[in-house]
Design a protein around this ligand. Structure first.
Ligand code: GLN
Length: 195
């Protein structure tokens, strides 16, 4: 069984762990950087990216997160987590900065803070009920990035090798297909380590 960590400094942690377990993997809340050694993949949850960044610095997580990425282990950023993964942010310095995308925060307008949309996500689902909460979107994606979904012409889900990111909150619905897709990425990456 693969072990998937959920960065548990702030944000929607418990729902991600439930979703991971529904998919038959072990979900572990990561509160200390040493725990990253125990897991095969990591989910960066939604919440507030600036608050999360403050806690990453306060609890000395940044080097361990970058090392985790450098080891080729899969990382899945959802909403604020997508912002943490991006190499470029509009109007802001990047955070972990590992996925070749440019992300803009709060990009669906103030008047519609949150909404739900049925999305077609390539290789995942034809009708995925996506919950957007003050969501970011991907403005630009590098050549190696595969675009998995768009909403209103904006990129809202993408993959670049070991990195998966989405603008919405997949853990807030009972459909676990996107989490299951990530767990397959984790299994494949783990299997490669033993070849
Ligand atoms: N707007 C938040 C940010 O900029 C993200 C919102 C979310 O994760 N639901 O970090």
């Amino acid at each position: 069984m693969v072990k998937v960590g959920v960065l548990a400094l702030q944000g929607a942690v418990r729902e991600h762990i439930r979703s991971v377990e529904e998919c038959g993997a072990e979900g572990i809340a990561i509160k200390k950087e040493e725990q990253l050694k125990e897991v095969d993949g990591l989910i960066l949850p939604g919440g507030e990216s600036t608050a999360m960044r403050r806690l990453i610095d306060k609890y000395d997580f940044m080097d361990a997160l970058k090392e985790f990425a450098a080891e080729g282990k899969p990382m899945f950023g959802t909403c604020a987590g997508l912002i943490l993964l991006a190499k470029n942010l509009v109007g802001h310095e990047p955070h972990i900065g590992v996925m070749d995308i440019t992300v803009e925060r709060n990009s669906f307008g103030r008047q519609v803070d949150s909404f739900e949309a049925d999305l077609a996500i390539k290789d995942v689902a034809d009708n995925f009920p996506a919950v957007f909460i003050r969501a970011p979107h991907i403005v630009e994606a590098g050549a190696e990035v595969e675009i998995l979904s768009k909403h209103n012409d904006r990129i809202v889900a993408a993959r670049e090798g070991q990195f998966l990111g989405c603008s919405f909150h997949p853990e807030l619905t009972d459909k676990h297909d996107l989490t299951a897709y990530f767990i397959e990425m984790v299994k494949e990456a783990k299997a490669k380590q033993f070849v």
